[in-house]
Design a protein around this ligand. Structure first.
Ligand code: GTP
Ligand code: MG
Length: 460
């Protein structure tokens, strides 16, 4: 293993030394509330709150809980359970106390105020996690995974966030980074030899190793669209002629009577949006007005809005009536967006002109719904990940930086294949290495950190 070849890392910001305090559970009335205190003064502050008549009762050990009464300026604050963690074995890496008190907003406020008066300051959003990051308790990608974990809308999003939080991405990229460092050291040693008149020896094995790194990064890049869906939901638009059962389909997928269903064609006018979960994939479903020629200005506008949203969709559900001749269907759909043909009202029969790939559905009874959900799942996974087994997905920041790394590697490979000079290869590999370090969080800028941690809640 070679040492890092002259790679400059920008200085990491350091954790501030203040002791911070915040409510970590949602505000409002609840059975319990948890207040967190972190920093070198946490222990002293708590000692003052549990000291009665000059006698301190601070005798519990790290990781153990203690039942105590908190008092401040002769006022009883609450009977609480305190848990203490000692630096560096805590979430933040600092001395930390968690106060579980009764979930009354006045109690919470009194305890918070007492802590502030005894020298703590209110934590900023995500500041506990930021300290954990700055104290090397978790990596940047793990912190990103943690944020996703808190907001994950479905089971699958949760699994992906958990993989990131466990450090799977960091681990994978660390391996790639080590390999790249090794290649660069090798290359630079050869360049040094070249200066001394010895012919550099960079052969096909070197090329193969760069290709392998490129392939590993490309594989991660392919998970980005699915990562986006897991965070934001796949925009899925239900489209078709009037009265075919589009709103009935929306209601069936939601298992809820959300949109008005009526036998009159032209019932839906506006776009109706709802979030739903199909086999662990979050969907942003949109029901639209039935497409037909009309003179009614409201219906014309409804049709226009429906057509305007189509190009933004990630999946289209094109609904037709199963018993009607398919050949008469007049809807035109954007060709570059995956679509599923849903033949609704299958209880009324199946017309021979219906294409074989059509999914037969009866939105009234739910017959065929499960099969349709399976088809939605595979359509999205096929489109987005190219494979169904992907658990770990990358986010927008990681995607942008890894794209740059892949481009540098492309240029390095190009230079190697065409013997364009090893200096070029060296520069490109160095750039790729720099990007990898940024994804992993070794060269994180203040800006990246600010953007990440401001998305956390206060108290996390
Ligand atoms: N027999 C049968 N009728 C259905 C089925 N699904 C919906 N319908 C009926 O078809 C009619 C139209 O349903 P909607 O869901 O309002 O249709 P739509 O496509 O949203 O109609 P517009 O909003 O007017 O474009 C209603 O009377 C529904 O009860 C089905 O699977 N079988
Ligand atoms: Mg409708």
């Amino acid at each position: 293993m070679h040492a890092d070849p002259k790679i400059e890392l920008t200085a990491q910001p350091v954790a501030s030394s203040d002791t911070i305090v915040a409510l970590s559970t949602p505000p409002g009335v609840a059975a319990l509330a948890v207040i967190r205190l972190s920093g070198s003064e946490s222990r002293t502050i708590i000692e003052k709150l549990i000291t009665k008549n000059g006698a301190t009762a601070f005798d519990w050990k790290p990781g153990q809980a203690a039942y105590r009464t908190l008092t401040h300026q002769d006022q009883t604050l609450d009977d609480v359970v305190l848990t203490f963690w000692q630096t560096p074995h805590s979430y933040t890496g600092e001395d930390t106390v968690e106060i579980s008190c009764h979930g009354n907003p006045h109690i919470v406020e009194n305890i918070l105020r007492a802590c502030l008066e005894l020298g703590a300051r209110t934590a900023r959003p995500g500041e506990f996690t930021q300290r954990a990051f700055l104290n090397d308790k978790l990596s940047l990608t793990q912190a990103e995974g943690l944020l996703d974990l808190l907001y994950a809308p479905t089971e699958r999003a949760l699994a992906s966030a958990r993989a990131m939080k466990e450090g799977k991405l960091g681990h994978a990229l660390e391996g790639v980074r080590r390999e790249l460092v090794d290649l660069l050291s090798h290359l630079e040693a050869s360049l040094d030899f070249a200066e001394e008149g010895i012919e550099p020896r960079i052969g096909p094995e070197f090329l193969a190793r760069v290709e392998k790194i490129h392939a590993q990064i490309s594989q991660l890049l392919r998970t980005a669209p699915l990562g986006r869906i897991l965070q934001e939901g796949a925009l899925t638009v239900i489209v078709g002629e009037p009265n075919v059962g589009k709103s009935s389909l929306l209601n069936a997928l939601l298992r809820e009577d959300r949109a008005i269903v009526a036998p009159t064609p032209g019932t839906t006018r506006d776009l109706i949006e709802a979030s739903c979960n199909v086999r662990g994939l979050p969907l942003r479903l949109i029901d639209t007005a039935g497409q037909r020629d009309s003179t009614d200005p409201v219906e014309i506008e409804g049709n226009r809005r429906a057509r305007a949203i189509l190009p933004q969709a990630q999946l289209l559900l094109h609904v037709v009536e199963a018993h009607q001749p398919y050949t008469l269907t007049k809807i035109e759909l954007p060709e570059n967006i995956p679509s599923l043909l849903v033949a609704n009202k299958s209880d009324l029969g199946r017309h021979p002109s219906l294409p074989s790939e059509a999914i037969l559905l009866c939105a009234l009874t739910g017959a065929g719904l499960s099969e349709m959900e399976g088809r939605i799942e595979s359509a999205l996974l096929k489109e987005m990940a190219g494979e169904t087994g992907t658990l770990l997905t990358i986010n927008a920041r990681q995607n942008a930086t890894l794209q740059r790394a892949a481009q540098s590697l492309d240029r390095a490979l190009e230079a190697l294949r065409h013997s364009m000079g090893l200096e070029v290869v060296s520069i490109e590999l160095r750039d790729a290495l720099h990007d990898l370090a940024e994804v992993i969080g070794e060269t994180t800028t203040e800006d990246i950190l600010t953007r990440l941690f401001q998305n956390f809640c206060i108290g996390k």
